[in-house]
Design a protein around this ligand. Sequence first.
Ligand SMILES: *[C@@H]1O[C@H](CO)[C@@H](O)[C@H](O)[C@H]1NC(C)=O
Ligand SMILES: *[C@@H]1O[C@H](CO)[C@@H](O)[C@H](O)[C@H]1NC(C)=O
Length: 329
Amino acid sequence: MATSPTSGAFPGPFTITRTKVFLLVSLALTWWFASLFPHYKPVIQETFKARLNDALLKLPSIQVDWDTSVEVSEAYNASKVAIIIEPRPLPHLVPHILYMMNVVPPEWRFVFIGSKGSVTGMEESAAVKHRQIIGKLDLMVLPEPWEIDSKEKVFRTLTDIRFYDEFLPGVEYLLKYEADSILCANSEDSLNDWLDWDFVGAPRRADDHFAGNGGLSLRRVSTIKRVLSFQARLNDSDPEDEWFGKRVYVLPGAKVASGVEEALAVEDVYREGAMGYHVRDGGNNIADAVWKQPEQRKKIFQYCPELTMIMEMKLERQRCPGDKGTGRE
Ligand SMILES: *[C@@H]1O[C@H](CO)[C@@H](O)[C@H](O)[C@H]1NC(C)=O
Ligand SMILES: *[C@@H]1O[C@H](CO)[C@@H](O)[C@H](O)[C@H]1NC(C)=O
């Protein structure tokens, strides 16, 4: 064939004098040709089509059997890991982790530690499977005798030096987040701006000398291990973040975030432009100082709409008559 079906649809500079009738005829012809070859899509612009074809050629076959191990390991920095420990098979775990992977800088890997139930739930997602295949994500059920089925057991795990040696070898920067914490994509900061801190999370009070609340926090593993090399947490004592906080704070040479301005996250104390939020218990146990005022709440959701993913919410029309918009009365 001398002319390709698509060229007729887009007249070049030499056809300007031709009538519209000819155009219509050529269009009709194009469609006729196209009907002979069902895979032709003549309405797509040539350049776009060329790019599309290029991209299609580069796509792997449906079966995932290519070996990308070399490229993949080079794409990540082995010292940076974001970790979440969650035994409950919560419905938002999959979208949440996929979202977090897009906000945390690309060289970070993710580790999800769960129960059989929560890990199985994650594995059912094709998008999660893909992240596993490219080495971005590890899903783990810890072997015996490790346990994570209560907060106290998670605290024991995180204050056991063997946990870091066994499951996070080579990791130095650890972003610990929970199912009810989230980074805000609108933040001007990158997680990588915080790497020289030894422990940074959220302050507990406006005059807190240490922003150590750990629901969304970044820790240096070498510092954690330094503490654990000479201190042991008593069972059923302080939560792990408080326990570490007290010790990292007085550790010689450690750089800890103090006060509000140096906080990574908002939990009990509001700050504009925070990198992220921790809303305890999915919003069922949150601080008035952050959430009570309707205007401030509106501002928070405008800045960080992703919060709706991790908070239990009611529709405006579900409000009670006479309610003052504070969510309390
Ligand atoms: C990994 O990241 C750390 C901190 O940014 C950096 O010092 C180190 O050189 C990186 N490693 C590689 C292999 O890029
Ligand atoms: C603390 O609990 C663990 C089990 O999680 C147990 O192995 C350990 O002996 C307990 N430590 C003390 C001091 O009781």
